[in-house]
Design a protein around this ligand. Structure first.
Ligand code: PLP
Length: 446
């Protein structure tokens, strides 16, 4: 019954007996039981409250139990809970219209998927059929999803176990000045050298074999590296010159996270960088019901005007997921949530993290925009030696995370980094509280 479902001890016991968890050694994990959530807070089985600085997996952009999203799902469930993708449905049509009204340029057609990985799989399939070419270029230090092609495209250690090298996926270095692959010392130098490098990779792979360049507009899990001005415009220009499809993965960076509706808008600054395909998920409906998708340009759409698109999903454009998207996007419009995210970054998170960096030697760099920030922790500021190795953890990182949790903060952690990625609706006061906890946890473990 419902009461026993909510008993934390039993939830934990049954989880350990029957639930197989993502990216984990099953016998070595002890997952926190979450029994309740509201806004930017969650409660564990012992009743302890946590401020969620992770937005779970960077998806609860409007926080937990937002009344408008919950009501929209309930209303849709009471009216028409599901319908197959071949039919037209008002909620799905409205979700597509709203998404298209915010995606840049002519990205006006939406193919709905269940999440981010399959959105990227389909974007690449579209690019391959559109160009008649096979190869896909993606960056190191990226994450594109856990399915076969998406994990091959991924440029972080989660790729290693499943990379059979058979997909024509080639990796290149994106710009990342703090750990420059090009020995650059300024953003301008990093930008120029990263573009020269990409140009060479394209030339040596053979431009006529490359279907797509796929990159996160701002790499997320890999470290929130905001590209230098001009980088995305440069990639757009390389793609145009060689007839390559540009795919922007905005699964994490999209729907307001970066302080713009989409992160590609930062780089364009009026220069008008519009990708040919843009993939999204997570923030599109705050993750209340699984939903992702590909926003498609007129040119790629035209390829499939009289040629059947060879792909589909049972739940493409599921009404419950689309109802959640409609409510999320309308709330974002009505409450200027994107502007709020921008101000949160400029006025609270950015200055707050700069103050922490001035205080704690183990902070090598802080960087980000909107509600999308990374703290790069190092054991030595001069050598920039990371506080945990690439792809691994360390007792030092573990202690900081434990210190945060004991003080009521749930941080997002990846290797030697802590990301500050709260819901976009988190109040200034709550963000300051979270930063104070981080400050304490760093001081207590120094
Ligand atoms: N792309 C990016 C940039 C992501 O951050 C993620 C998930 O974290 C994905 C794709 C995969 O999305 P999903 O887990 O919904 O398949």
């Amino acid at each position: 019954d419902l009461a026993s479902t909510y008993d934390a001890g039993r939830a934990y016991e049954l989880d350990r007996a029957h639930v197989f968890h993502s990216w984990s050694a099953q016998a070595e994990i002890s997952p926190m039981v979450i029994t309740r959530a509201e806004g930017s807070h969650v409660w564990d089985g012992a009743g302890q409250q946590y401020l969620d600085f992770s937005s779970q997996l960077v998806f609860t952009n409007l926080g937990h139990q937002h009344p408008r999203i919950v009501a929209a799902i309930q209303e849709q469930a009471g009216h028409l809970a599901t319908v197959a993708p071949a039919f037209a449905n008002g909620t799905r049509s409205e979700a597509a219209r709203l998404i298209a009204s915010h995606t840049p340029g002519d990205l006006d057609h939406v193919f709905f998927t269940n999440g981010g990985a399959d959105a990227n799989e389909h974007a690449v399939r579209m690019a391959r059929l559109h160009t008649g070419r096979h190869k896909v270029l993606t960056t190191y230090r990226s994450y594109h999803g856990g399915t076969q092609l998406a994990v091959n495209m991924t440029g972080d250690p989660r790729r290693w176990a499943s990379d059979h090298g058979s997909t024509g996926t080639v990796h290149f270095f994106g710009p990342f000045l703090y750990r420059s692959a090009f020995h650059a010392t300024t953003e301008a130098e990093e930008c120029q050298r990263a573009l020269e490098h990409l140009e060479q990779v394209v030339a040596l792979e053979g431009p006529s074999t490359v279907a797509a360049i796929v990159l996160e507009a701002i790499p997320g899990t890999a470290g929130i590296m905001v590209p230098p001005p001009g980088y995305l415009a440069g990639v757009r220009e390389i793609c145009d010159r060689h007839g390559i499809v540009l795919v922007a993965d905005e699964v994490m960076s999209g729907f307001g996270r970066s302080g713009r509706w989409f992160a590609v808008e930062h780089a364009s600054h009026g220069a008008g960088v519009v990708p040919d395909l843009l993939t999204f998920a997570k923030g599109v409906n705050s993750g209340y019901v699984p939903l992702g998708g590909v926003a498609i340009s007129d040119a790629v759409h035209a390829t499939f005007a009289h040629r059947s698109y060879p792909g589909g999903l049972t739940y493409s454009g599921h009404p419950l997921a689309c109802a959640a998207a409609v409510a999320t996007i309308r709330t974002m419009e009505d409450e200027d949530v994107v502007g709020r995210a921008e101000r949160l970054g400029a006025d609270v998170i950015g200055p707050g993290l700069a103050a922490l960096a001035a205080k704690h030697d183990r902070i090598g760099e802080v960087r980000g925009t909107g509600a999308f920030w990374a703290i790069e922790l190092v054991s030595d500021r001069a050598t920039r030696e990371p506080l945990a190795p690439y792809g691994g953890s360390s007792p030092e990182m573990g202690a900081i995370v434990k210190g945060c949790q004991e003080r009521g903060l749930l941080p997002f952690v990846n290797f030697n980094r802590i990301h500050v990625v709260p819901p976009l609706t988190t109040s200034d006061e709550e963000v300051r509280e979270g930063l104070a906890i981080l400050d304490d946890a760093l001081a207590a473990t120094a």
